[in-house]
Design a protein around this ligand. Structure first.
Ligand code: BJW
Length: 226
């Protein structure tokens, strides 16, 4: 069990060039994330939803998008305290792994895999997907969906997350607005189980944290880790 559980959100990747969801510029082609990140949206207009994730996958794989000092600082913390640091990320990018973290839970899924609705397997996806793309495992065409957790779906590895939150000494939330549950409720749960809680955010969420450090993640996270 980890002594330190760290929840990260879009804010930790913002300085790597990935847009957050709820900032003033958070709209994509005039759609709010709540309108494209649902099973109903995918049923209604799969081409639109594929376009959204294809655009984000291309951006993530572009040369300009690299892990930043905040991702690297968390990896350093894990190296210094082996087995005691767990990162639970809401992000679907792979910047924690590229930054050097190894114990990472992607509770909202991963952009670089798709799930085949015919065979049920998750398959690596680095190129564009559309309504006719065939599954590389079972060969069935047109049944791939982004391997991400949409509104109304159950986030991944919740049993382990709950266990780790119940047993941790310190819970930190970095760059997340606290708008989306169940992640938004982790601070209350960890606090009720006796953990110290700290928020690192550009614009703090006004949730109940015992400590708040305000500023960009590339400054606050390395300072906090030192
Ligand atoms: C910086 C920075 C810098 C910027 N440095 N910081 C009514 C009440 C309560 C709950 C519900 C309700 N109605 C429905 C629900 C449930 C629903 C929900 O929460 N809805 C809300 C809208 C109210 N939740 C769900 O449906 C979830 N499932 C669920 O609850 O299942 C039931 C269940 C749970 C548990 C056990 C069993 C059953 C699923 C939620 C899925 C969310 N999916 C998305 C999209 C998919 C992934 C993707 O495409 O990327 O996940 S939505 C989107 O929001 C994405 C993100 O992971 C998620 C969180 O966003 P995040 O990371 O907080 O980003 P922002 O943009 O909001 O904030 C950025 C922050 O960074 C800001 O604070 C900035 O200040 C900061 N910042 N620059 C530091 N440089």
């Amino acid at each position: 069990m980890a002594r330190i559980v760290i929840l990260t959100g879009a804010g930790i990747s913002a300085e790597s060039g990935i847009r957050t969801f709820r900032a003033a510029d958070g709209l994509w082609e005039e759609h709010r994330v709540e309108d494209v990140a649902t099973p109903e949206a995918f049923e209604r207009d799969p081409a639109l939803v594929h376009r959204f994730y294809n655009m984000r996958r291309r951006q993530l794989l572009s040369e300009g998008v690299q892990p930043n000092d905040a991702h690297r600082a968390l990896a350093r913390l894990e190296r210094e305290l082996p087995g005691q640091v767990l990162v639970v990320t809401q992000n679907i990018d792979d910047l924690h792994e590229r930054g050097g973290s190894s114990d990472v839970i992607h509770m909202h899924g991963e952009l670089l895999t798709s799930r085949c609705l015919a065979c049920g397997l998750a398959v690596e996806t680095r190129g564009d997907v559309d309504g006719s793309t065939a599954c590389p495992v079972c060969g069935v065409a047109g049944r791939l969906r982004p391997n991400v957790v949409w509104f109304g779906e159950v986030p991944l590895q919740m049993d382990r997350i709950q266990e780790e939150l119940a047993g941790c000494e310190l819970f930190a939330a970095i760059g997340t607005s606290g708008n989306v549950y169940p992640a938004a409720g982790f601070v209350h749960f960890a606090d009720s189980m006796g953990a110290r809680t700290v928020e690192l955010n550009l614009e703090p969420s006004r949730s109940l944290f015992s400590e708040v450090r305000e500023g960009p993640a590339t400054r606050t996270v390395p300072e906090w880790v030192e």
